[in-house]
Ligand binder design. Structure first.
Ligand SMILES: [Cu+2]
Length: 163
């Protein structure tokens, strides 16, 4: 995955989804070109009672993992988050370029701008009970709501659904 400058994510509540006590907002996945094998998905997650993001999956990628990017000296490294991404109660955790993200690898298709992909997130609460959130995530070159790309069509594409 190519590293780009941090994208400013505007706090537009143009797509929100409630599944039990976990809320996912402003989800998007970065466009790819044919032949590109990996990309990242980004979003804001709030678990009202605390939870962990333990898994992700999508039919467009062979592998989906929760990753963290860290600077080690001058080198940006990505690591799979072990044991799930901690979502403290009531605190919004932002998955964004340069930080946490859902890494989609072994892509089976190119992801053109303005398409959407299904993405399933699996959360585990403090009691160990798992819940799934199904999203339809818009494919974009920049975060939805970022000024450079704020078009009405992008907002329409933000619609998420609950199963
Ligand atoms: Cu990654």
């Amino acid at each position: 995955m190519k590293l780009k400058a941090l994208t400013v994510i505007a706090a537009l509540a143009c797509g929100s989804l409630y599944a039990q006590t976990v809320e996912v907002k402003d989800a998007w996945v970065r466009t790819t070109v044919p032949g590109q094998k990996a990309t990242g998905a980004f979003m804001k997650i709030t678990a009202k009672e605390g939870a962990k993001l333990v898994a992700a999956s999508t039919p467009v990628a062979g592998v989906a993992e929760v990753h963290e990017m860290k600077m080690e000296g001058d080198v940006m490294r990505m690591l799979a988050v072990q044991g799930g991404l901690d979502l403290p109660a009531g605190k919004t955790v932002e998955l964004k370029a340069g930080g946490y993200h859902v890494m989609l690898m072994d892509l089976k298709t190119a992801l053109p701008k303005d398409s959407t992909i299904p993405l399933t997130l699996v959360f585990k609460d403090a009691k160990g009970v798992e819940s799934k959130v199904e999203l339809k995530v818009p494919v974009a070159t920049v975060a939805p709501g970022a000024k450079a790309d704020a078009k009405p069509e992008d907002k329409a594409a933000m619609e998420a659904h609950k199963r």
